[in-house]
Design a protein around this ligand. Structure first.
Ligand code: HEC
Length: 140
């Protein structure tokens, strides 16, 4: 009896390990690795806050625009350590895209802080271009 339960436990431990390993590699499936989840969450935050930011700029609501832009900048700190899923050999290009985006969003932050509606509007277009630029190479 005892031997049987030991064999059973070993079997369960074994199958658990195999399952954990396969699910960890399944990027396109439903099982997401913690690091994938983190990337997703960072991008989701950036995306939602970006919508809020654009609307606030249109409405000249600098207080809300400021809150949104600060949240984006914080979430964007995660981008640099993203594990790429497409064009994985172009890490340098990715870093470059990230720096362009960062430069634009920091300029936008200044425009919002100084309540310069025209500059904020122009920079908003530039930021959006840098979202699209990076996605065109690195988003699946
Ligand atoms: C430096 C590159 C880069 C920049 C800049 C960037 N993104 Fe992304 N974005 C990505 C990558 C890479 C993915 C795919 C995520 C993955 O593969 O884990 C992504 C995915 C997304 C998604 C899909 C959701 C998801 O989690 O997959 C949305 C929405 C998004 N980005 C919005 C934005 C917006 C809005 C901006 C600009 C304000 C932006 N991104 C700027 C690289 C970037």
């Amino acid at each position: 009896m005892k031997t049987l339960s030991i064999i059973m436990s070993l079997f369960l431990i074994g199958s658990g390990t195999v399952f954990a390993e396969t699910s960890g590699h399944k990027h396109d499936g439903h099982a997401m690795s913690p690091e994938m989840k983190k990337q997703h969450e960072a991008m989701a935050t950036i995306s939602n806050q970006w919508k809020a930011c654009k609307n606030a700029i249109k409405d000249k609501n600098f207080k809300d625009a400021d809150l949104a832009v600060e949240t984006i900048i914080e979430a964007a700190n995660n981008i640099e350590s993203f594990k790429l899923h497409k064009n994985t050999d172009k890490q340098e290009h990715f870093t470059k895209q990230y720096n362009v985006f960062r430069e634009n969003i920091l300029k936008l932050k200044d425009a919002i802080k100084t309540r310069d509606a025209d500059a904020a509007s122009n920079l908003s277009t530039k930021v959006e271009e840098s979202c699209k630029q990076c996605h065109s190479t690195f988003r699946k």
